[in-house]
Design a protein around this ligand. Structure first.
Ligand code: ATP
Length: 292
């Protein structure tokens, strides 16, 4: 028996850091949504209890460090499962890019194994297990659009925002999320997002308010370190993007665009500058689906 699960990338429409906690995590408040750039996870039932993993990208770890592997192992241990799985990850989401690829793979594996191993767990239960793998995994379990609080694991699902195109561009640098958070001085953040305005923009499907409310406090750290990220933002704006922001800890920058004609212009302008450019639809609604 074999099933395939879609693991979409996420972007941050807002990312605020409220405080550094005594447990070392940061208290965050972020609005996230999913876009139609996805890894595909194939799960094949193994009767012997083993977990095997392969990935189309050679630089992704295929042992117990892989987030999808961790997801399978955690489910086995928590529910005493004696079945195993062969996991294949068809990697389409750039790695260490601020697009949550590893988190989404873990979440898709949890959803898929819930079906493959006949566990019948709720999304809330899967999200709780996902929180042990990473702070963004619970959001990825629900998919769609959501407000995430705490260290990211307290997820409130939201409605779909105004439909639009998203052009993503990733310069040829990998950014460590831990380094970026480590360099952030929480008491000296220059501009915090108006998260309430973003929630209003989503609820009323107001595209221009959504663009005006884009804000990520981690930009000031990553932009200061990597001038290419600032250049990509400027190029997107000059080419007619309606809204521009860095996702997560970067370095991927995204442009929100309503008119399809503009999408080509922005895509072509960026292709002259960086190799990794994608023009996709915002998904926005719940995408927690098992494909077959
Ligand atoms: P985050 O913001 O959660 O760090 P990201 O999009 O910036 O997410 P990922 O693509 O998830 O970064 O990769 C971060 C690291 O996680 C990589 O360096 C990689 O070694 C490790 N990793 C573990 N499992 C996976 C996976 N399934 N896909 C990609 N990376 C993975």
């Amino acid at each position: 028996m074999r099933i395939s699960v879609k693991a979409p990338a996420k972007i941050n429409l807002t990312l605020d850091v409220l405080a550094k906690r005594s447990d070392g995590y940061h208290e965050v408040e972020m609005v996230m949504t999913t876009v139609d750039l996805a890894d595909r996870i194939d799960l094949t039932l193994l009767e012997d209890g083993e977990i095997h993993l392969e990935c189309s990208a050679s630089y992704v770890p295929v042992d117990e460090r892989n987030h999808a592997y961790k997801a399978a192992r955690l489910l086995q241990m928590r529910y005493g499962i004696n079945k195993g799985v062969q996991i294949y990850i068809d990697k389409q989401i750039p790695v260490a890019a601020g697009l949550g690829g590893g988190s989404s793979d873990a979440a898709a594996t949890l959803r898929g194994l819930n079906t493959l191993w006949g566990l019948d767990l709720s999304l809330d239960e899967l999200a709780e297990i996902g929180a042990q793998i990473g702070s963004d995994v619970p959001f990825c379990v629900y998919g769609g659009t959501a407000l995430a609080r705490g260290r990211g694991e307290l997820v409130t699902p939201l409605g779909a925002p105004a439909p639009c195109w998203v052009v993503l561009a990733k310069p040829l640098i990998g950014v460590s999320t831990a380094d970026v958070y480590g360099s952030l001085r929480v008491n000296e953040i220059a501009e915090h997002p108006e998260t309430g305005d973003m929630l209003k923009a989503i609820e009323s499907q107001d595209f221009s308010l959504m663009c005006d409310s884009l804000c990520n406090v981690l930009e000031e750290v990553t932009l200061a370190r990597y001038p290419q990220v600032r250049q990509i933002k400027e190029l997107m704006r000059e080419s007619g993007a309606d809204g521009v922001l860095m996702s997560g800890s970067g370095p991927t920058v995204f442009a929100l665009v309503q008119k399809q004609a503009k999408v080509h212009r922005i895509y072509n302008a960026l292709r002259g500058f960086v190799k990794d450019v994608y023009a996709v639809r915002m998904l926005g609604g719940s995408e927690a689906e098992v494909l077959a």
